[in-house]
Design a protein around this ligand. Structure first.
Ligand code: GN1
Ligand code: MG
Length: 375
């Protein structure tokens, strides 16, 4: 029971049902700590919950965050029910604390929350075939559609300027200038790679300022492992990790999915020669996403899908490198160079996307033709 010295306290904190059996830590995310809690009912039935310690260094306004999560989950439950879906499997439900609150502050001031566990599903850490990635795309496209009429002004910005790449670039330059870890001189080549791409950082924001791209309610962390796939059908039935649901661009969601899932190597592959953009996976994702969200997208959004993939990869790379230079204060790491390794894979992927940009654009155009989308 790693890190769970406060298990007794937690067991009394939430409205769990049944007799506690065990907790198991899951190691998926880079930010929060996640555990499965198993309980047994007197009739032998298993009750499983997902308990998470919210990282309050990253999410300073955890109260605003949980208000967003409550609002979004309740909204989605209604939508799923209206469409005749299964509210226990197709959306998350927050399990309240024993005194009816959405989160629990423990005696050390740490913030905990609890979700229903989604049975008979699995998550994927890497794309195994194009169909899986297509299914993930359909899930994220549906998610965006489901939240299309969510009251956008009611959402707090859980992390201000999360995908504002101009502000990310400024943060990056500050990290280099401050050089808190003294590591900047080891990574000059990587720093130069970022600095040479300053112009890319403002492309989407300029289009927003010109009124050419709409703000939408977006997920903002569309990694493959944030989709739960049905064990039988392999369809993406539920999108999880709602911490960064905020006003954003559809392009952030599209691009971030490609960054992670269309890479032929893992995000932290040490051998960068294995890193490349799979055009097959790119096209599969574009097809899945356009087949669910395509109708509601504008021509300019579709026009920027390929570029947004490169931009989100560059942004993530500069965040990893910036964190390496800051001394690994944000992302969890397993070894001292981990963030540097992660940033190198992102930059190798950016470089490969730059070579393949015309083919990526062509793949989007093919998908639009296949789906009869004319904008
Ligand atoms: C973090 O924790 P996880 O893996 O869901 C990060 C994302 C990054 C991602 C990189 C709140 O997400 O923005 O793209 O790592 N989440 C936050 O793998 O910063
Ligand atoms: Mg996640």
């Amino acid at each position: 029971m790693e890190n769970l010295s406060n298990i007794k306290e937690l067991l009394g904190a939430f409205k769990f049902s049944g007799e506690f059996e065990k907790s198991t830590q899951l190691h998926d995310g880079h930010i929060n700590n996640t555990y499965k809690f198993d309980f047994r009912e007197s009739d032998g039935m298993l009750n499983r919950y997902l308990v998470q310690e919210v990282n309050t260094y990253v999410f300073k306004d955890y109260d605003g965050l949980m208000k967003n999560v409550m609002g979004v989950t309740e909204f989605m439950q209604k939508k799923v029910a209206e469409n005749g879906g299964d509210t226990k499997r197709e959306c998350l439900t927050v399990i309240p604390t024993t005194d009816g609150k959405p989160y629990y502050l423990d005696s050390e001031g740490r913030c905990w929350r609890c979700y229903n566990f989604i049975y008979d599903t699995h998550s994927c850490q890497a794309v195994d075939c194009a169909k899986t990635f297509y299914n993930a795309a359909r899930a994220f496209g549906k998610f965006q559609n489901m939240l299309a009429d969510y009251p956008i002004d009611s959402l707090s910005e859980t992390i201000p300027n999360f995908h504002n790449t101009v502000s990310r670039f400024a943060d990056f330059k500050k990290a280099v200038a401050d050089d808190l870890s003294g590591r900047a001189n080891q990574v000059k080549e990587e720093i130069d790679f970022v600095l040479a791409r300053e112009k890319d950082c403002s492309v989407l924001l300029d289009l927003v300022a010109e009124g050419k791209l709409p703000l939408r309610v977006t997920h903002n962390d569309t990694k493959l492992n944030n989709v739960m796939f049905d064990n039988e059908t392999n369809e993406g039935i539920c999108v999880v990790d709602l911490d960064t649901v905020m006003p954003g661009l559809s392009l952030y969601d599209f691009g971030d999915s490609i960054r992670f899932g269309a890479n032929t190597a893992a995000e932290d592959e040490k051998d960068v020669s294995k890193v490349s953009l799979s055009l097959e996976y790119f096209k599969a994702y574009a097809l899945g996403y356009l087949s669910t969200a395509g109708e509601s997208l504008t021509a300019e959004e579709i026009n920027q899908l390929a570029f947004s993939s490169k931009l989100m990869t560059l942004e993530c790379g500069m965040r990893f490198l910036g964190d390496f230079i800051n001394g690994d204060v944000y992302f969890k790491t397993e070894y001292p160079e981990h963030n540097l390794v992660r940033s190198r894979t992102q930059f190798a992927l950016v470089a490969d996307m730059e070579k393949k940009m015309a083919q990526m654009q062509e793949a989007v155009a093919d998908c639009c033709r296949e789906l009869g989308i004319e904008k």
